[in-house]
Design a protein around this ligand. Structure first.
Ligand SMILES: *Cc1c(COP(=O)(O)O)cnc(C)c1O
Length: 483
């Protein structure tokens, strides 16, 4: 079965031909402003799921993702890319599942990659897939992205030293943690360009958008996006839902998942796994005080509110960009109706779904929230009860999961999205101890940094990118050995 892809707003601007995987991966966002998704989900029978039990992570990954990539890679190439991506993880398990005593709760540890957050799981593979495709086409691409922390370092780590890709990463000067900043700025590869913007994260996002909206500029550099709207990232995240469920008795036994949520990419990947036939009992969407999604699941209305900074900054979002993919199903896959609703949402800050749709979606999703005081208490509680130190994002999941156990007999997996050492201040507040960075990052605070500054000015940024790219050609020789 070969999957093709449509936009969540398909039909709103004519009916473009469905795309293949390579185009979707390299484009990121659809031209009509929508998000790409498969026109139908590949289905796995109970026998096919059972046959994955006991297999290594890379084998489960290959089987789950194979239908999505179509003929973009031959079998040997795809297996090699998967193998290389997950060989850089600290453990051969890639995503170890750790039971919390006999509570029925389990932590799925997704932070054993190079930058200590779950974003490595998808980006390590995406960087390799993009590089392979660009090399085969003899092309070069430029990634422009904005980050409030974790995405930037994971994307940089995924493409450093690749001759087919340059990456420009914008972050708000003085507003990311020191660990997060250094994980970006100490990567000295010549294709990595860190840019500290005098402004907020929203300013950074607007600057990135301005680059994409300048079509001549966009085409000149073959701009591409690696934020979580890129479907290839969702695809790679589907794998660990299968992986965890298999360990807990799928396909015979159902399992529930709680997901610390920001842009809704991670939990949407779980929803996709369920559409593909994995028996998932229900999901719990766990938010911090920025609870636009929790309010939606309670009321059926999505209404914007200002962002407040919290101890779990990677979940400090105003609008969850990936939520449009779920809305597509709530709008009965009617791209035109969804496009209209999204346009009106932009104008009014409000979007509502009908009672039927809300009832349906609530069969699958519960939602909860936890403020900073609760987060600190949850870190302390897990440490006391189970001897395990959580990062603040996972702590939100841990607490919200316990408030949303529908059935004590169904195991509940909490996605553990970051290593505690990535957020030492919050952890120290809860435990009075500063978590140590793992050995391979132990000297992070002594490493040399390289970063450029810029004002919040799109024109100046585009000139900077033009100049850097003119200077970069012809491409420098591989620099792993030059550093
Ligand atoms: C990005 C991130 C999240 C939020 O994930 P989404 O896919 O945006 O919902 C949660 N926790 C951590 C540590 C993250 O880096």
């Amino acid at each position: 079965m070969t999957i093709d892809y449509i936009s969540s707003r398909h039909g709103s601007q004519g009916t473009p031909a469905p795309l293949g995987f390579e185009d979707v991966m390299l484009a990121g966002l659809a031209r009509d402003g929508g998000l790409y998704l498969p026109s139908e989900w590949p289905k796995f029978s109970a026998a096919e799921i059972a046959a994955m039990r006991g297999r290594p992570y890379t084998e489960v990954a290959y089987r789950v993702m194979r239908p999505f990539v179509g003929d973009a890679f031959d079998e040997a190439t795809f297996r090699r890319l998967i193998g290389e991506a997950y060989a850089v993880f600290e453990t051969p398990e890639v995503a170890p599942l750790r039971p919390l005593g006999d509570s029925g709760l389990h932590l799925l540890e997704l932070f054993h990659g190079p930058t200590l957050a779950f974003k490595d799981v998808a980006l390590q593979l995406l960087g390799r897939m993009m590089d392979h495709t660009l090399q085969a086409k003899g092309q070069h691409a430029v990634i422009v992205g904005a980050t409030s922390g974790d995405t930037g370092s994971a994307a940089i780590e995924a493409v450093r030293d690749r001759r087919t890709i340059d990456i420009f990463m914008l972050y708000p000067h003085g507003r990311v943690s020191e660990v997060q900043r250094r994980q970006m700025t100490t990567v000295l590869a010549p294709n990595v360009h860190n840019i500290a913007v005098q402004g907020t994260f929203d300013d950074c996002q607007d600057l990135a958008k301005a680059c994409f909206n300048d079509l001549a500029f966009r085409d000149r550099h073959a701009l591409t996006a690696v934020n979580s709207i890129n479907f290839a990232r969702i695809m790679a995240q589907i794998v660990y839902y299968f992986w965890a469920a298999l360990k807990l008795g799928a396909p015979e036994k159902p399992v529930a998942f709680t997901v610390p949520t920001g842009n809704f990419g991670n939990v949407y990947a779980g929803y996709a796994a369920r559409q593909m036939g994995l028996p998932i009992h229900h999901f719990v969407v766990a938010a911090n005080s920025n609870d636009i999604l929790t309010r939606f699941f309670e009321s059926g209305a999505m209404t914007t509110a200002g962002v407040v900074p919290t101890l779990s900054p990677s979940m400090d979002i105003q609008i969850s960009s990936n939520f449009e993919r779920l809305l597509f199903d709530l709008f009965d896959r009617n791209g035109q109706a969804l496009a209209e609703a999204m346009t009106s949402f932009r104008a009014t800050g409000r979007l509502e779904v009908g009672g039927n749709a809300l009832g349906n979606v609530r069969q699958t999703f519960d939602a909860g929230r936890l403020d900073d005081a609760g987060t600190v208490a949850a870190i302390a509680d897990c440490r006391k009860r189970f001897g395990i130190t959580l990062d603040p994002h996972t702590a939100v999941g841990y607490a919200v999961a316990q408030q949303n156990r529908r059935d004590q007999a169904v195991p509940m997996v909490v996605l553990s999205t970051a290593h505690p050492a990535k957020f030492p201040d919050a952890v120290e507040r809860a435990t009075a101890e500063r978590p140590a960075l793992p050995p391979r990052l132990a000297d992070l605070l002594e490493r040399t940094e390289r970063v450029e500054g810029t004002n919040n000015d799109a024109k100046a940024l585009k000139i900077m990118i033009d100049e850097r790219m003119a200077a970069a050609r012809p491409p420098a020789p591989s620099t792993r050995n030059r550093q």
